[in-house]
Design a protein around this ligand. Structure first.
Ligand code: IPM
Ligand code: MG
Length: 367
């Protein structure tokens, strides 16, 4: 079998420093688990704009289409706030998602025992939380046409279009049912069928797909009520499937239940390629955090756990993914905290690199 290939796009802000820690983990797997990757690295976001005048060079896009998986750090920063919309750092990420057709975005929100007191909610509400949001990522209001700012009479009108085809709903629903089947067997679909036709169609198609998954318990919620239930009693959920925009909002909400955005990975998956692997991009849920960039304060765990998701979903190495997740749990149980996780008495923060090294040490100890 040929060596699997990884394209690393560190991006902006804290992206490069958290990705440097992921490189240590990748190297460890190559050296110690006979799991070598052919790694290449390139620019995305503001970093790509600075060099090429575009947030994603065509050559990088082409490379992303060829590799077995893409790992992305973060994009964006205040330096790019004034740029034209078409070349903003975020456009690079959105182009990757769209052209790779990464329609299923998996965003787990898991509460680590050692961190359950960090949540703004009561500990009993979040302790042991383990839910998965499946967000549709390539359609809906993010990409629907018409869109733009137009003249209308003597004023302007801003337009975006929520648009979903049956097949777009069908495929993301199937991904969510498959996941639910492997997890707790429950799926909750969220839309606004009470006010949106696209929501009515969404619910209808999800119900239809559900007939192929009689073993999964399916429920529906309006997305606003879903937001409320997520904060009231999040443990009622197992897998949630929802559209692009609601998924953007609900996944930030779910992420914060766990106490820190610095902990949460994501996987964006498309259709299987010739080798059976899905097209895939893995990235932390957190952003580029320009305020702390370059200071060694960033938490590398979300990015490291994104690589764990790559091991599981792209390379069929669920046992090695679990090994890495255990290593993360152990360093947290030992009391190691990056600056985003402070607040406990007498705990001094460790740096980004110290956290990465500690996780490598736990991997080593696992052998
Ligand atoms: C996310 C982010 C992106 C989105 C931005 C950076 C374009 O918020 O991945 O959730 O809105 O999808
Ligand atoms: Mg978001």
């Amino acid at each position: 079998m040929s060596t699997p290939s990884l394209l690393i796009l560190p991006g902006d802000g804290i992206g490069p420093e958290v990705m440097a820690e992921v490189r240590k983990i990748i190297d460890w797997y190559g050296a110690k688990r006979d799991l070598a990757f052919e790694v290449s690295e390139d620019l995305v976001g503001g970093a790509a704009y600075d060099k090429h005048g575009t947030p994603l060079h065509d050559d990088t896009m082409a490379r992303a289409q060829e590799v077995d998986a893409v790992l992305l750090g973060a994009v964006g920063g205040p330096k790019y706030d004034e740029l034209d919309f078409s070349v903003k750092p975020e456009r690079g990420l959105l182009r990757l998602r769209k052209e790779m057709d990464l329609f299923a975005n998996l965003r787990p929100a898991q509460c680590f025992d050692a961190l359950s007191h960090f949540s703004s909610l009561k500990q009993e509400v979040v302790a042991g939380l383990d839910i998965m949001i499946v967000r549709e990522l390539t359609s809906g209001v993010y990409f629907g046409e018409p869109r733009g700012i137009f003249e209308e009479g003597n004023e302007r009108v801003g337009i975006n279009t929520q648009r979903y085809t049956e097949s777009e709903i069908d495929r993301v629903a199937r991904s969510a049912f498959e996941l639910a089947r492997k997890r707790g067997g429950k799926l909750c679909s969220m839309e606004k069928a009470n006010v949106m036709e696209s929501g009515i169609l969404w619910r209808e198609v999800v119900n239809r797909v559900g007939q192929d998954y009689p073993d999964v318990e399916l429920s529906h919620m309006y997305a606003d009520a879903g937001a409320m239930q997520l904060t009231r009693w999040p443990k009622q959920f197992d897998v949630i499937v929802t559209d692009n925009l609601f998924g953007d909002l609900l996944s930030d909400l779910a992420a914060m239940l766990t106490g820190s955005l610095g902990m949460l990975p994501s996987a964006s998956l498309g259709a299987p390629m010739g080798n059976g692997r899905p097209k895939a991009l893995y990235e932390p849920v957190h952003g580029s955090a320009p305020d702390i960039a370059g200071q060694g304060k960033a938490n590398p765990i979300a990015c490291i756990l994104s690589f764990a998701m790559a091991l599981r979903y792209s390379f069929d190495k669920g046992d090695e993914a679990a090994r890495l997740e255990r290593a993360v749990e152990e360093v947290l149980a030992d009391g190691l905290r990056t600056a985003d996780l402070l607040g406990e008495e007498g705990v001094a923060p460790v740096s980004t690199a110290e956290m990465g090294d500690a996780i490598v040490a736990k991997l080593e100890a696992s052998l």
